[in-house]
Design a protein around this ligand. Structure first.
Ligand code: ATP
Length: 299
């Protein structure tokens, strides 16, 4: 299997005169859960539609499973399962009947239906009408429908949108299982980092059609600015002292925040406070909140 399951090479796309994608070079590694993030209108659905051949890009720009898309469409599409916008579910049919119906259409043996129900944790509710399912159950049924033909790559457009925290956890557990136990690769879009932060291994962040970050979650953490958090006996005076000595400091809820530079500087800050008769109760380092980082790079 090639290392890159999805690769776009400087992909651009226009709707009329409106440029929606600008030189987007995605690289999705085999066995990853790739979170494709960006605010509303950033270009996520357009990219996904191109990956699913629902919109056409210039040739030589999109490669899936190591092959050029425009020359290998049928073979490539047979290896992709997708859920885009609302899952196509018949509400008057049960979950099981929805799966049987689709299996028949795709000429997939009926035995697969039971396996899928188990995989998406819907065995107990299999005979309930899908219209009575919660949003989370509908999403899992939608993912189950996409998984019926046993695709190698699963592309999901905003699958956590509108789900409650338990629904998000269920989707997260399912996707992790697909990757770790079944060797799938998952590409999932979202406009909220907090919804996918705990499930993805890699991230691509798109803003106004441009890919502004791509890498592992660890790499994103690394580039987020670190802060020093200080608790001291007189935070108001300590803020003035630190600011006057070249450490720009904020005070929020009795905690002082100043940008982290080095551990030597942590020691200097501590000693400056102690020399000036402040009691330092704690001094620690924090990662900048990833959500804030996401917001600042997509502004
Ligand atoms: N069929 C279309 N015709 C013209 N413009 C379109 C069309 N579809 C999308 N756009 C425009 O392309 C841009 C990107 O839209 P896209 O749906 O890809 O963004 P998105 O990141 O998926 O956002 P959302 O989370 O809101 O779906 C937007 O400015 C949108 O208005």
């Amino acid at each position: 299997m090639p290392d890159q399951i999805v690769e776009t090479k400087s992909l651009s796309y226009h709707f009329g005169i409106n440029q929606v994608l600008d030189n987007v070079s995605l690289r999705v590694e085999a066995g990853s859960i790739y979170g494709f993030l960006g605010p509303n209108g950033a270009g996520k659905t357009t990219t996904i539609k191109i990956l699913l051949n629902l919109l056409h890009s210039d040739s030589d720009k999109v490669y899936l499973f190591g092959k050029e898309f425009s020359k290998n469409r049928i073979e490539i599409l047979s290896k992709i399962g997708s859920l885009i916008e609302q899952p196509a579910i018949y509400h008057h049919l049960s979950g099981r009947e929805n799966l049987i119906n689709r299996a028949r259409l795709l000429q997939i043996p009926k035995i697969r239906v039971g396996e899928i129900l188990k995989l998406v944790d819907l065995t107990e509710s299999a005979d309930k009408k899908a219209g009575k399912y919660s949003l989370g159950m509908k999403q899992r049924l939608g993912i189950g429908l996409a998984l019926l033909p046993d695709p190698e790559l699963l592309i999901l457009d905003e699958p956590t949108n509108g789900l409650d925290p338990n629904g998000i956890i269920d989707v997260r557990n399912l996707l992790r299982k697909l990757v770790s136990e079944m060797g799938k690769t998952v590409f999932i879009s979202s406009h909220m980092l907090s919804e996918v932060e705990k499930m993805v291994t890699h991230l691509g962040i798109i803003n106004r059609g441009k890919l502004v970050f791509q890498g592992s979650l660890e790499e994103l953490h690394k580039i987020s600015k670190k802060q020093i958090l200080i608790q001291a006996s007189d935070p108001v005076k300590a803020k003035v002292l630190l600011s006057e000595n070249g450490y720009p400091t904020d005070l929020l809820a009795e905690i002082l925040y100043t940008p982290y530079i080095s551990k030597e500087q942590n020691a200097e800050i501590n000693s400056l406070l102690v020399r000036n008769n402040h009691k330092v109760y704690s001094l620690s380092q924090s990662q900048e909140n990833l959500e804030n980082l996401f917001l600042s790079i997509t502004q």
